[in-house]
Design a protein around this ligand. Structure first.
Ligand SMILES: NC(=O)c1ccc[n+]([C@@H]2O[C@H](COP(=O)([O-])OP(=O)(O)OC[C@H]3O[C@@H](n4cnc5c(N)ncnc54)[C@H](OP(=O)(O)O)[C@@H]3O)[C@@H](O)[C@H]2O)c1
Length: 342
């Protein structure tokens, strides 16, 4: 049985949930992938833990000060990095240094934070290609909702013509509450914050930037589109007024914050804004904290996926789906000398 060493950089809610699920699934990895998965390092911004034999669940509470940073992860001997630090679209965030360090050394990376990928996605992808590392990002690209996987696997060979995505759970919940419970924006937001599924500063979600970031990732990693955030016209839900809600209700239309992308003549146009859907459209029925994507292709017509899951477990599971792709690709490489595309 082969030993595969995993490290997690960024050890907040999602990083911890990923560690817990990874350790709980070790027997599955043994049986399905013939792999002895060892969690050899975890770290937050200032503290961490490492053990070349593998950390157990009971040891993850007390991190040791000073153990953090790309060099610490590198020294752990990890074969695969899971990056779950804070997202910063403008600088790439701390994830950028961890990912550069791992990918340039040929280590596979599973990315959950969006910042580095939005900021430097094409560069990181090129780095992975040149070193032979795999770079997977299901957790960053709408997590439990399959997006890039749909394009890469289920729609393989088809030309994607158009994408519409309800990619942000918080804004979907807010618009849904405003429509169905006649709540004002502030009231709906206060309720979402009390429930723990809207940030204290919700602007990244409500102004459309989270949706825009996910759309850029889907476009660049799913379609090789080469978009930057500056290429997108981005509008959030802040301008939705009570009279808009009343009008849409009267017209039996349902508003959604949508990231949309259209491809024609080799060009890709993308935007984020509120769209309304009649009740006959499946996207009108994506309620609460659910997310959805509709992909229109030349040969397979429209494909729609709707999904969610309890956080942070669902995001952890999306990242570990990537881990299983990597284990499968590594096994194929070992057998045939080549792996999956990345
Ligand atoms: N929450 C979700 O459901 C969800 C879903 C999809 C994607 N994401 C993304 O997943 C990421 C993590 O989310 P979260 O909810 O777990 O956030 P969080 O609870 O705020 O955790 C962030 C973690 O990153 C660590 N960190 C900050 N700077 C670091 C550095 N330089 N080196 C190593 N670690 C560093 C923090 O360390 P300290 O503890 O020392 O501050 C903390 O452990 C975010 O990018 C988020 O956008 C989250």
């Amino acid at each position: 049985m082969k030993i595969v060493r995993v490290a997690i950089a960024g050890f907040g809610g999602v990083g911890r949930a990923t560690a817990t699920l990874l350790l709980a699934r070790r027997e599955r990895y043994r049986q399905v992938h013939d792999a002895d998965i060892r969690l050899v390092a975890v770290c937050g911004s200032r503290a961490g833990l490492a053990d070349p034999e593998g950390l157990e669940a009971g040891r993850l509470e007390a991190l040791e000060p000073g153990l953090s940073g790309p060099a610490f992860i590198e020294a752990s001997g990890a074969d695969i990095l899971i990056e779950a630090g804070p997202s910063d679209f403008r600088t790439g965030g701390p994830g950028l240094a961890y990912l550069r360090s791992a990918l340039s050394a040929g280590r596979d990376a599973i990315v959950i934070s969006k910042g580095a990928l939005v900021h430097s996605g094409p560069d990181l992808r090129a780095l992975a290609r040149s070193s032979g590392a795999m770079l997977k990002l299901s957790g960053a690209a709408a997590a439990a909702l399959p997006t890039i996987d749909l394009i890469e696997h289920s729609l393989k060979g088809c030309e994607v013509l158009e994408i519409e995505g309800i990619l942000n759970a918080t804004t979907n919940y807010l618009l849904d509450a405003m429509m169905t419970e006649a709540l004002g924006f502030d009231e709906a937001l206060a309720r979402a914050q009390a429930g723990g599924f809207a940030e204290a500063d919700p602007r990244n979600d409500t102004e459309g930037w989270d949706t825009a970031g996910k759309l850029v990732l889907i476009a660049n990693f799913g379609l090789d589109a080469g978009l930057t955030m500056d290429d997108l016209a981005v509008e959030g839900i802040g301008s939705v007024a009570a009279r808009d809600i009343e009008t849409w209700r009267t017209q039996r239309l349902v508003p959604k914050l949508v990231g949309s992308l259209v491809r024609s003549d080799g060009a890709t146009r993308a935007a984020v804004g509120v769209r309304t859907y009649p009740m006959t459209d499946p996207l009108a029925h994506v309620s609460g904290k659910n997310k959805a994507i509709r992909i229109t292709t030349d040969a397979m017509g429209e494909t729609i996926a709707i999904g969610s899951g309890t956080e942070p477990l669902a995001t952890a599971a999306a990242a570990l789906k990537d881990l299983e792709y990597i284990l499968t690709a590594r096994a194929a490489r070992a057998t045939h000398g080549s792996g999956e595309e990345r």
